[in-house]
Design a protein around this ligand. Sequence first.
Ligand code: NCD
Length: 311
Amino acid sequence: MECEMKHIISMRDISKNEISSLIDLAQKIEAQEINIDISGRLAALLFFEPSTRTAFSFDTAVKRLGGATIVMQGSSNSSVQKGESFADTVMTVSQYADIVVIRSATEGAARYASEVVDLPIVNAGDGANQHPTQTLLDLYSIKKTQGQIENVKIAIVGDLKYGRAVYSLVYGLMHFNAEFYFVSPEHLRIRDYLKGDLDARGIPYHELEEITDVLNVVDVMYVTRIQRERFAGQEEYEKVKDSYQISRSMIEAASIKPNFKLMHPLPRVNEITTDVDKLPCAYYFDQAKNGVYMRQAIISTLLGAAGGQEA
Ligand code: NCD
């Protein structure tokens, strides 16, 4: 099935069918069952906020498909420093590129770009709002490790107030009859608008403060970093920064399910100790690898090249 998607801006706009077709395509790309060639096409990667995985995995994805990239990492060397507006920057790169990937600290930046220019826009994270390509690779990771996404029991841990990957993920999982366990310090609970949307759809969720209460219950534990850059002040951040730490001994003491996986969008600060990395349930670096296949699927779909050729 060909997707009709023009942009990837928010998981709130992406249907279950669209998610499924992107996952199927990522699977085929990973299994080398399809050859997609976007040679001659150029992707502009505009990262106004720091990034390692998202920027590099988009760059890798485009190049693996045979395309080329122009990359802005941080605005310090660009004409933004001279006072150029966001709209003018996007308008300019749209004269060169066939698709634009944008990360910004401003909520709504990618959507605004999609209204300013007439080419596919991908939101690679806008403030505390959405990070849909992270979610699509997370859903792909859930499918790969659990066999299906349907009925997954998932704990989402950490900064549920400011973590954009959290918001995208919850909206994505709303299509799949997921059961949510939100684990956070009191001050970092999920925001009311998300609770309202869960309630309106009759989707069950639990709010807790202790990881150990859910470790034995869930299929996936999705851990997030406290988003220091979104806090109003250092003092507020200091109060919550070490709220959670998952260690090897904590996992070994629990009766985790055989299919249990620990996921994290990364970067990790100190919420998972490094001695966990070698445990079979540690999936976060595999997740980063899945990001390249998913971003290949996203780029080729938006460029209308996903038909490819059977390998
Ligand atoms: C996430 C982000 O940028 O929102 N990182 C990523 O893209 N893998 C999560 C985070 O920064 O904590």
